[in-house]
Write a new protein. Structure first.
Length: 309
């Protein structure tokens, strides 16, 4: 309440709202008290407003039922503003808020679902993935929390990995997937132009060599020149370019490109580096839901015969 009175803008809004309702009440009351001239020879006096030459507005009194309903509406509005938020920062005597109601509803749902998630949590992720009810729950969790980035079909988009192709930057191990969901993941590639020679020709040569690793369209002579310079990239991607799971370095030999496989995209990555982050969902989901979600995501990349029917 102290904040309400200390906030001038909030006080202005509250006073304006109350005065507006009172003004409506007063206008209605004055209309009910207005003297309406009696009909002359059975004809009600006109207000002088005429439309379409013969459509006249007559000076009839406001219907009583409408007037009473208007009064009730004004009273309802005042009572509502006392009980619920609406007068600036005043929270209402019931202390209701949408966030509190949401928290109560979530707590009520969690209370009911907690035993179910606890049961799934006691099982291995691969076992959970074989349970059709669990994967159906995991799919709903995925559509709610993951589809905005990875797509409703989990096939990703530029900068967002495809979760259904069994090609993993880190590891496709169920435990790794769960850990990523809970703690998030930050993928970083430093700018490498200076390390490989810092000239446009050097960057061009290495980019063509990278393309050659996956048999993508490239210039063989430039690729040969970039072979020796690739040594500085091998620390993460390996001498054969097949990547390293431990550091999350992608495989450059499989023609799967997260940031684009064109010569320009690869040169941009070498010159500027890359930085991509998946946020942590542990606090939002809790371990039980993350366990079920991990089972669903893992199942997407498994052969059809190993997933629930």
């Amino acid at each position: 309440m102290a904040d309400f009175f200390n906030n001038g803008w909030s006080l202005f809004v509250a006073i304006s709202t109350v005065l507006s309702i009172l003004a409506c009440f007063v206008v209605a009351w004055l209309q009910s008290r207005a003297k309406i001239p009696p009909p002359v020879n059975g004809v009600v006096e006109s207000t002088g407003h005429i439309w379409d030459e013969d459509l006249r507005e007559l000076n009839n009194p406001v219907p009583r039922w409408w007037l009473y309903l208007f009064y009730i509406t004004c009273v309802f509005g005042m009572v509502y503003l006392i009980l619920y938020p609406g007068l600036g920062s005043f929270s209402g005597s019931l202390e209701w808020s949408s966030s509190n109601q949401y928290s109560r509803e979530v707590a009520r749902v969690d209370e009911v679902s907690a035993p179910l998630f606890a049961d799934y949590l006691s099982k291995d992720i691969t076992q959970v993935a074989a349970n059709s009810e669990a994967t159906a729950m995991g799919e709903r969790l995925y559509l709610t929390y993951c589809s905005q980035c990875h797509g409703s079909d989990a096939r990703g988009a530029r900068s967002f990995p495809n979760l259904a192709d069994n090609d993993w930057l880190g590891s496709g191990d169920p435990a790794y997937i769960k850990n990523t969901i809970i703690n998030g993941r930050n993928a970083v590639m430093p700018a490498m132009a200076a390390a490989i020679g810092n000239t446009e020709a050097d960057v061009e040569a290495v980019a063509h060599y990278v393309l050659s690793l996956s048999d993508s369209e490239h210039d063989p002579s430039l690729a040969e020149a970039g072979n020796a310079k690739f040594a500085v990239c091998a620390a993460c991607h390996g001498p054969d370019g097949a990547g390293k799971v431990l550091v999350g370095a992608p495989n450059l030999t499989d023609d799967v490109w997260l940031y684009g496989g064109s010569i320009q995209s690869i040169k941009h990555a070498i010159n500027n580096g890359l930085n991509n982050q998946m946020p942590a969902f542990g606090d939002l989901l809790g371990e039980g839901k993350a366990h079920v979600l991990a089972a669903y995501i893992w199942s997407l990349s498994q052969p059809a015969e190993s997933t629930p029917q």
